[in-house]
Design a protein around this ligand. Structure first.
Ligand code: PHE
Length: 463
């Protein structure tokens, strides 16, 4: 039990890069394009932009400032701020990443598998055959999903073990620019393909007929925004706790929202036009309704139809997805490791080992959930989907409670004072107070209600 010196980012850019790396993940690359296509293209994009610039910005500022103010990760931050009765909120926001991380790593493992398959194909090895059969036989294989998840988990933990400055910062410094360059390159390539215009229109032009209920669009966009900005999981509190007092919280928040939204919109340009070209508008709707199949089944089919260039596009695409998933998993692992360190005053290496073992053990339940342990179906769902659904309920609860805590107990002025400390502009003070006290809790509870409706199959509001 040693007290190690608290780490800090080397500068504002490192912080923005790390937080953006956490934000940009599977949510941007797979979930955003799929939701946009489902909820009326331009309508969804417009609603998402408005929400992320208002609500997303507010919540991001709140979490980052809470972290920097307390200099603690989420598990101990609330006690440190002099409100021990709100400690349960720290516990809740530690439980969330502890349960999300293992199954996020399982999907990370799927990406490793696809990356390896494409690497083999571009280097002249055998093809993957029929993408549907490949996907089905992989996720139900006896060991493959677990082994791939293990590789992904160990790679993530290795970066964390090296530390905040040398590990996380350096990994992001390499992966994020490569990711951005590849995303822009693929989007430009797709736009130049003959016949892509119809797909771009499908993606961007508002289609009011497929979003008869604007409430659903707003809720869908809001849920997506939470997930995409990595909110309510203690990550931004932990990352904020490593932030220097001279770097601006508000400027960093604007940049993180901008980077995350940019990549989300860009991935629509990569994915939707090729799917529309391949399957037509109706086929695209069907592919979109198939959920995870879009990335792991439909896209490989599309890449195969593009000939040899398609193989390379597929390879680059899965490198991009792998980097995005790794940097997000790194942030989640860090939030768990930091909590263990702060709570038990444990060494970083011990905490990393503990979190790694936990992820492998709990991840096994999801990894084997379509194969050898397929009979284990909590609430009638495969384990991975059970965890995903439970977390979709827990996240808005945590977010709403954080807003209530900051709005009514800690008071917005404390957060604004933290933002003023770095010399940042707080021209948004009134807006912030109204958002955090009234608008955010109400909107967040609306997502919760809709999630509950979806689970119990009640009403037309479930998204
Ligand atoms: N924000 C990430 C994404 O868009 C997902 C994520 C969620 C990352 C929670 C970390 C924590 O995919």
């Amino acid at each position: 039990m040693t007290k190690e010196k608290r780490a800090s980012w080397s500068g504002s850019l490192a912080f923005v890069l790390a937080a953006s790396a956490s934000a940009v993940g599977l949510g941007n690359l797979w979930r955003f394009p799929y939701l946009a296509a489902k909820y009326g293209g331009g309508v969804f994009i417009a609603v998402y932009l408005i929400l992320s610039l208002t609500l997303g910005f507010t919540l991001l500022v709140t979490e980052i400032a809470l972290g920097r103010y307390s200099r603690q990760s989420q598990l101990t931050a609330f006690r440190q701020l002099g409100h021990p009765r709100w400690n349960f909120l720290g516990v809740l926001s530690t439980v969330v990443p502890l349960f999300i991380l293992p199954y996020y790593n399982v999907i990370g493992g799927w990406v490793v598998k696809y990356f390896a398959a494409y690497a083999k194909m571009v280097s002249g090895g055998g093809g993957m055959g029929d993408p549907r059969a490949f996907y089905d036989s992989f996720i139900s294989a006896p060991w493959d999903p677990f082994v791939c998840m293990g590789l992904f988990t160990v790679a993530t933990c290795a970066v964390i073990l090296v530390g905040v400055k040398n590990g996380i910062e350096k990994a992001n410094l390499v992966m994020m620019p490569v990711l951005l360059a590849m995303a822009c390159g693929i989007a430009v390539y797709v736009a130049a393909l003959p016949g892509s215009a119809a797909g771009i229109r499908f993606y961007l032009v508002p289609d009011f007929s497929s979003c008869d209920n604007i409430g659903k669009v707003v809720l869908g966009a809001m849920g997506q925004m939470f997930y995409s900005l990595s909110l309510a999981m203690g990550i931004m509190i932990t990352y904020g706790s490593y932030m220097r007092r001279c770097d601006s919280v508000s400027k960093a928040s604007v940049r993180i929202v901008a980077a995350d939204t940019f990549v989300a919109v860009l991935s629509g340009f990569m994915i939707i036009p090729v799917v529309v070209m391949f399957s037509g508008s109706e086929g695209t709707r069907a592919a979109i309704d198939a959920g995870p199949g879009l990335m792991f089944v439909t896209l490989p089919k599309v890449f195969a139809s593009l000939g040899p260039a398609g193989l390379w596009i597929g390879f680059l695409f899965f490198v991009l997805v792998l980097f995005a998933a790794l940097t997000s998993a790194i942030s989640m692992t860090e939030a768990c490791v930091a909590s263990v360190c702060d709570f038990f005053r444990a060494r970083r290496s011990v905490s990393v080992a503990a979190v790694c073992v936990w992820s492998l053990a709990l991840g096994a339940v999801s990894a084997f959930g379509y194969g050898r342990w397929a009979d284990f179906r909590p609430c009638g769902l495969p384990a991975l989907e059970f965890f995903d659904t439970s977390m979709n309920v827990l996240t808005p609860v945590v977010a709403a409670l954080i807003c209530v805590f900051v709005g009514w107990v800690l008071r917005p002025k404390r957060i604004l004072a933290e933002c003023r400390r770095d010399g940042g502009n707080v021209g948004f003070a009134l807006f912030y107070a109204v958002m955090v006290k009234f608008v955010a809790p109400v909107l967040v509870l609306a997502i919760l209600a809709s999630e509950v409706c979806r689970i119990f199959g009640i009403g037309g509001w479930a998204i």
